[in-house]
Ligand binder design. Structure first.
Ligand code: ATP
Ligand code: MG
Length: 430
């Protein structure tokens, strides 16, 4: 019996790898411009990091974690998200003590959640995210959103929108919380069991419920912006101001709340408006998390970040009918006939590779015609055929496969001129 990949996971096959490489490069390059440095934390952590860091009233902690006990009887969890790990590492490695502040970090790697599989929702998916820790300047909130938008822009997406809200500080959240309880309590029996549990623990999360979305009490619920105290309202105004300075369009959605417990002040999501994107349109989510660093044993250090999944970015590209170009190509295919020609082909190929050319040859003892077919299929730019004559004269016909033009050259001549030839062959032989 054959074995398949676990539900909700998939192989990324060589033929689609180019788009991953292209996106990864785009991400790294953007982070370099914005001065965010990569951090790599373990794939698994102590379970407690997530129950404390993500919050035990969240869907992630309650339903979605891959938790296991190792042979040493420790409870470990495959990371469901990146922020908790990054903050743990920030505290553990005392990054708050480094001279350059705030600390600006990015990560890119697999996350694991036990979810119902559907388009855009997987059990293993790759998240790219950033965290800026150590500043409560609203300008950095704007920078964080700008970076996310820049990634989508560079990837070629046009139909994306930024939706923002403010959750306010602790005092504002408390006032809003009381109002929410008063609003929902008399009718809580109409809501799902999760929401009934949320009422006391974290009524804000009711607004984020996917099952009770249509309940009329949702739209009439007390809105966060009406409960912001002066300071929180002023902070939100500044964030919007800086977005305007950066010429980044946004919409305010007073009902936007994020799934994770640790957010305060700025919360945002980036949505795709591409047609045919399906029901899950959120591409990225993020927000401010002042207090999380202290919750995880660090000093007072305000933070903000976002996370996006690469898979949803690819889906959004598809919905807009766009794709990355496949830049990965083969420079030359070396065809050979006979044993001594094969020796020469092997050494010639290896020499060209030393000179930074991507080169392929036959390893199936095929006839010349079949080797030529391979060269075609691999989209080789050039092909040479080595036989007895070429061995004697030391010269080969260098053929440009796209134009059909040919040029006679000595083996050494090709090797010596690789750099120039790579640039000019196209024209010279045209
Ligand atoms: P949703 O409401 O769609 O479940 P979420 O609030 O759980 O999203 P976050 O935890 O904020 O999502 O994660 C940030 C981003 O990670 C999402 O906007 C999305 O792009 C991506 N993401 C989250 N869960 C998955 C998943 N199961 N598969 C693929 N991408 C995901
Ligand atoms: Mg989710």
């Amino acid at each position: 019996m054959s074995i398949n990949v676990p539900r909700g996971t998939k192989d990324i096959l060589p033929e689609e790898m180019f788009k991953w490489h292209a996106l990864e490069e785009l991400v790294r390059d953007t982070c370099r411009l914005y001065q965010y440095k990569e951090i790599r934390t373990p794939i698994f952590e102590h379970t407690e990091l997530f129950t404390r860091g993500v919050g035990d009233t969240t869907d992630i902690v309650q339903k979605e974690m891959y938790t296991f006990t190792d042979r040493g009887d420790r409870s470990l969890t495959l990371r469901p998200e990146g922020t908790a790990s990054v903050v743990r590492s920030y505290v553990e490695n005392k990054l708050f003590g480094l001279p350059n502040q705030p600390i600006k970090l990015y990560y890119m790697g697999p996350m694991f959640r036990y979810e119902r599989q559907q388009a855009g929702r997987y059990r293993q998916f790759v998240q790219f995210g950033i965290e800026a820790i150590g500043s409560k300047d609203p300008a950095i909130d704007a920078e964080v959103m700008a970076l996310a938008m820049k990634v989508y822009e560079k990837a070629g997406l046009k139909k994306v929108k930024l939706v923002i809200n403010s959750l306010g500080d602790t005092e504002s959240r408390q006032a809003h919380r009381d109002a929410l309880i008063a609003h929902f309590e008399p009718h809580i029996q109409e809501f799902c069991s999760d929401c009934q549990n949320r009422l006391e623990k974290n009524p804000l999360r009711i607004l984020d419920c996917k099952r009770d979305r249509e309940n009329p009490l949702m739209t009439t619920a007390p809105k966060l912006p009406d409960y912001l105290n002066e300071e929180s309202a002023a902070y939100f105004e500044k964030v919007k101001h800086y977005l305007e300075v950066l010429k980044i369009g946004y919409e305010v959605d007073p009902n936007l709340v994020r799934g994770l417990d640790y957010y305060n002040h700025t919360a945002f999501e980036i949505m795709s408006e591409g047609e045919g994107f399906g029901s899950i349109t959120t591409l990225a989510g993020g927000g401010r998390y002042n207090g999380l660093v202290e919750d995880l044993g660090g000093p007072e250090a305000p933070g903000i970040g976002f996370a996006m999944s690469m898979e949803r970015l690819f889906l959004a590209l598809e919905a807009e009918g766009k794709s990355f170009d496949n830049q990965e190509s083969l420079d030359m295919y070396v065809v050979s006939m006979g044993d001594s020609a094969k020796d020469k082909a092997l050494s010639f190929v290896s020499e060209l590779r030393e000179h930074n050319m991507s080169v392929e040859m036959d390893f199936l003892d095929r006839k010349v015609k079949a080797q030529m077919k391979s060269a075609d299929r691999l989209h080789a730019k050039y092909v040479v055929v080595i036989g007895d004559t070429e061995l004697e004269t030391g010269k080969v016909a260098l053929k440009n496969l796209s134009t059909g033009a040919q040029k006679e050259m000595a083996f050494e001549e090709i090797v010596e001129n690789v750099e120039q030839l790579k640039l000019s062959w196209q024209e010279e032989l045209a």
